[in-house]
Design a protein around this ligand. Structure first.
Ligand code: ZN
Length: 260
């Protein structure tokens, strides 16, 4: 039986978490909310969470011996081979937790909210401060993060291509014409945000108009990760839009100064 609203009660949260030793998942199941919601509310109420060492002490009696759901069972060879692969442990644990939560909660009625419940929730939450409301990261911390994550230490470091110069053919006039040709972000289609010009093959020296696309600032940010994916994606966009009047506009192409 679920008890709605309990996850908002600091007393209840403190008692269940610290006195009774329940996990966020178990508490979430008790009141029918996602474990992340429980964690968020605990942070919001100023209730500290367990350190890894404390968590281990709580978890060991719960999951060892006959209490372990796997007690007396054995993994198959196939599962063992899967388990020996390296993987991202934290993410996997969170995914497992999510699956357990869903398998329990989807069966209960509370998951399927009526319109009235939704309206009540909106009323209750409107104007409620979020975790970052009124908070900023101090400049000193920002500098520290930047020192740890920028340049060579970045996961997207590709040998320092951003320090390489652009060729003389890369002019603001060329960029203006590309923006004029495309007229919108070629990934999301927006015209609201400022448009930048993207090199499909990530080669700064290739200023062939067929290699350039107008992208909004948000989508342009996306294209810096997963480069192979975005290269294929943008090539597909070009293939699809090649036959449109703007791409075929001879005058525009002459203005740009390059044809295939
Ligand atoms: Zn966009």
């Amino acid at each position: 039986m679920t008890k709605p609203g309990l996850h908002r009660d600091p007393e209840w949260l403190r008692r269940k978490y610290w006195d009774e030793g329940l996990s966020a998942l178990e508490m979430g199941v008790l009141c029918g909310v996602h474990p992340d919601t429980v964690r968020w509310n605990m942070r919001y109420c100023g209730i500290p969470s367990r350190t890894l060492a404390e968590a281990a002490i709580v978890a060991i009696p719960k999951h060892t011996g006959k209490n372990n759901h796997f007690y007396g069972k054995k993994h198959t060879e196939h599962t063992k081979s899967l388990m020996s692969r390296p993987r991202k442990v934290k993410r996997k644990n969170l995914m497992i937790e999510d699956r357990i939560f869903r398998s329990i909660i989807f069966k209960s009625k509370r998951w399927h909210m009526t319109d009235e419940t939704k309206r009540k929730l909106i009323d209750a939450n409107t104007g409620r401060p979020g975790y970052w409301t009124g908070k900023t990261i101090p400049q000193k911390t920002r500098d520290k993060i930047a020192a740890k994550m920028s340049g060579r230490k970045s996961s997207t470091w590709n040998g320092g291509s951003s320090y390489l110069p652009y060729p003389p053919s890369w002019t603001s006039e060329l960029k203006r014409l590309i923006r004029k040709r495309d007229g919108r972000c070629m990934i999301c289609g927006t015209t609201e945000r400022r448009l930048g010009v993207h090199h499909i093959d990530y080669d700064k020296n290739n200023t062939n108009p067929q290699n350039l696309l107008a992208l909004c600032s948000v989508c342009h940010g996306w294209t810096n990760h997963n480069r192979n994916y975005w290269r294929c994606f943008c090539e597909k966009v070009v293939r699809q839009t090649k036959s449109t009047p703007a791409f075929q506009d001879d005058r525009l192409l002459r203005e740009i100064g390059g044809t295939e």
